[in-house]
Design a protein around this ligand. Structure first.
Ligand SMILES: Cc1ncc(COP(=O)(O)O)c(C=O)c1O
Length: 335
């Protein structure tokens, strides 16, 4: 089976497992795990931010960030397709008691003008708009990337209105590699950033939340409330450090594989439309039911997901080799 359902399906490589086995560990709730402390310090330095917090998942880092930035009754502004709204089980309401203002973006990307227009006036009838959440790359947007200038403009709106600016960077390294940008640029722009190790970077578990020292101190407390304080978590953090050293530049390969597959899909009669491919995700519209095509591909040995009634998603990752891509090309051409 060639598994294109998600970049979360990767298994740790022998090199990564070796790094995990050799990790120096301690009790991270006591702040005594050297491998966790090392990963947090590396990430903070990489992003030119003051502090970092290692967490179990991207959902946890996003939800902790939202909790830190808001008070119950506030409103969070984000794209209608944002993961924080679509796929975090109503966590914004459940954890933070906040409402959400959804904006219709361009493949998951919202603009400064949309944000400015969505900010509520200082009126007792209205929830206070206190946070803007951005996703880069955008999952439901087909792996789309923001133009950095567009993000700078949104940051200006946030700063002028005293709103927090959070980045769901589950796949930020895909965007950085695709656009030739640096983590430091992003660290200067956002109040908080969530980065996942368990997607394109190929780790079994883990995400990091970045922010100022007081922000991360507050986040550490919310992580504990959520039951996210782990003990000898260095085994997991060591995988993250390994990935930072070995798995970033190779993301280009996943992007090239996605472009090759999208090129073949263009000539397939069952494809009506393909969302622009910018990184490692391909979302396309089918002429029939997406679930029928998913079943047909499964029979051919290719696993993928239906993301709506007529949309199918392929995600490339480090466990998909060039040879497997050739096989996928053959199979889709034969349908
Ligand atoms: C854009 C985005 N943000 C956050 C997450 C949540 O990550 P996790 O599955 O680690 O909770 C995902 C997961 O796929 C995602 O795609």
């Amino acid at each position: 089976m060639i598994d294109l359902r998600s970049d979360t399906v990767t298994r740790p490589s022998p090199g990564m497992l070796q790094a995990m086995m050799q990790a120096k560990t301690g009790d991270d709730v006591f702040g005594e795990d050297p491998a966790v402390n090392d990963l947090e310090a590396r990430c903070a330095a990489l992003f030119h931010m003051e502090a970092a917090l290692f967490c179990a998942s991207g959902t946890q880092t996003n939800q902790i960030a939202i909790k830190c930035h808001t008070q119950p009754g506030d409103e969070v502004i984000c794209d209608a397709d944002a993961h924080v709204y679509q796929y975090e089980a109503g966590g914004i309401a459940f954890n933070s008691g906040a409402s959400v203002r959804l904006l219709p973006g361009d493949h998951g990307r919202i603009t400064a003008a949309q944000v400015a227009a969505a900010v509520n006036p200082d009126d007792v009838h209205k929830p206070a708009s206190t946070l803007v959440c951005i996703e880069n790359t955008s999952n439901r947007g087909g792996g789309s990337c923001y133009d950095f200038e567009a993000l700078e403009q949104i940051q200006k709106v946030c700063a002028a209105r005293h709103m927090g600016f959070h980045l769901d960077g589950a796949r930020l390294f895909n965007a950085l590699v695709a656009r030739g940008e640096t983590p430091g640029q992003y660290g200067q722009l956002f109040d908080s950033i969530s980065v996942c190790f368990s997607k394109g970077l190929g780790c079994p578990v883990g995400s990091v939340l970045l922010g100022s020292k007081p922000f991360i101190a507050k986040a550490r407390r919310f992580r504990k409330v959520l039951g996210g304080g782990m003990r000898q978590a260095g085994i997991l953090a060591a995988a993250g450090t390994y990935a930072l050293e070995h798995h970033i530049t190779r993301l280009q390969t996943d992007h090239a594989h996605a472009t090759a597959i999208a090129g073949a899909l263009e000539h397939c009669s069952f494809v009506e439309n393909i969302l622009p491919v910018a990184t490692n995700i391909i979302i396309f519209e089918t002429s029939g039911h997406a679930s029928d095509l998913v079943a047909k591909l499964r029979e051919q040995g290719v696993l993928c997901n239906a993301v709506s009634a007529n949309r199918v998603r392929f995600v490339l990752h480090l466990d998909v080799t060039g040879h497997m891509v050739d096989q996928v090309l053959e199979k889709i051409r034969s349908i």
